[in-house]
Design a protein around this ligand. Structure first.
Ligand code: NAI
Ligand code: 13P
Length: 327
């Protein structure tokens, strides 16, 4: 459900894993164009889909008889989307989140929204996350990801359905940690994009990435995550990929901010979702609700929503009181 960059690339992954896929596209004209040309020109023009992928804009047709339901819409529209789709959701099928965000207002993770709105039990929701820049996956460059679900049978079923020659899924029972890692790295990538834009080098970006991972793990552990998850593909893996790559929309957004462009200007110039821009607010509120200090997220939030400059953020971060690395 969703034929943006990641929805389309993941449809190709599943098809290359031998799974028949029906991909839902919101706009009928785009669904028709992809079905006919086999190419999603709006999001991933370099990828040619095989005949295993059928494309439709009809929700009932997309979900009818499906064994696994994969969701790849922007985090902030998921609730509204699921409310409209509820009656079509197939009985018993695992619901898989490809999304990396935290809902504004409710501060819920995507699988929590799925459980609540689709009225499915916690052991039916799954998250797939990792260092998976859509363009590289679409180019079939080797990569791995984490498939996290509380029930062994559910995570193995989803892992099997997406195990392609160039895409290696590992399983993990830690849904909370996998989702928190994916959502927070987008905010850290915004900060690294700004640092790059300001001409900072590897020491500065490695510091942001490492301390960013520390505050991510701090939040995750406070919410019940396994600390080991943050050392894995969804944690350090995705942090490295997203923070270092110019393909990352969050990184690009950070670069544009450092050039003095406003959030509105940058948002208007793209049709792509940079989840960290909205989620930095919900992540910060979530962190405050469990008394976790997240200074980098706080700094990014201050730049995006409180009128700070990147220089002010650097000064604030560098003048914090000294503390143990382990805190
Ligand atoms: N692009 C990437 O490399 C990766 C993205 N993700 C995550 O996957 C999720 C989806 O991202 P992308 O596909 O990259 O985003 P995208 O911006 O490329 O595409 C978003 C899709 O959602 C659709 N959409 C927009 N508003 C909608 C609405 N109100 N209702 C239904 N559909 C709507 C758009 O038409 C588009 O098809 C995000 O949470 C992102 O963080 C995760 C891993 C990799
Ligand atoms: O999640 C991603 C890679 O794993 C994609 O990052 P962006 O959303 O910043 O492009």
């Amino acid at each position: 459900m969703g034929s943006g960059s990641w929805g389309t690339a993941f449809a190709a992954v599943m098809a290359d894993a031998g799974t028949d896929v029906t991909m839902w596209s919101r706009r009928p004209e785009l669904a028709e164009a992809i079905e006919t040309t086999r190419v999603n020109d709006d999001y991933l023009p370099s990828l040619r889909l095989t005949d295993r992928v059928h494309v439709t804009s009809d929700v009932a047709e997309a979900m009818d008889g499906s064994d696994i339901l994969v969701l790849a819409v922007p985090s902030q529209t998921l609730r509204e989307n699921l409310e409209g789709w509820r009656e079509h959701i197939p009985d018993g099928a695992p619901l898989v989140s490809l999304m990396k965000g935290i809902e504004l207002g409710t501060l819920k993770r995507m699988t929590e929204v799925m459980e609540e709105v689709a009225e499915v039990p916690a052991d039916r929701v799954v998250v797939v996350s990792g260092p998976n820049l859509a363009k590289e996956v679409a180019d079939k460059q080797p990569a791995a990801a984490v498939v996290a679900a509380s029930r062994h049978g559910v995570r193995s079923k989803v892992a099997e359905a997406c195990a392609a020659p160039y895409f290696r899924p590992y399983t993990n029972a830690d849904v909370v940690g996998t989702e928190i890692a994916g959502a927070v790295k987008n905010v850290i990538a915004l900060s690294v994009g700004m640092a790059h834009g300001l001409g900072m080098g590897e020491n500065s970006t490695a510091t942001l990435l490492t301390r960013g991972l520390a505050e991510t793990a701090r939040l995750g552990v406070a919410l019940g995550a396994d600390p080991q998850t943050f050392l894995g593909l969804a944690g350090v893996g995705d942090m490295m990929a997203t923070c270092s790559s110019r393909l990352s929309r969050n990184h690009q957004f950070g670069l544009a901010l450092s050039e003095g462009k406003t959030v509105e200007e940058i948002t208007a110039a793209t049709n792509q979702t940079a989840e960290g821009v909205k989620s930095c607010r919900s992540i910060l509120e979530l962190a405050r609700s469990v008394h976790v200090d997240m200074p980098i997220v706080e700094g990014v939030h201050a730049i995006l929503h409180e009128g700070w400059t990147p220089d002010e953020m650097v000064r604030a971060l560098m003048s914090r009181s000294r503390k143990s690395e382990r805190v």
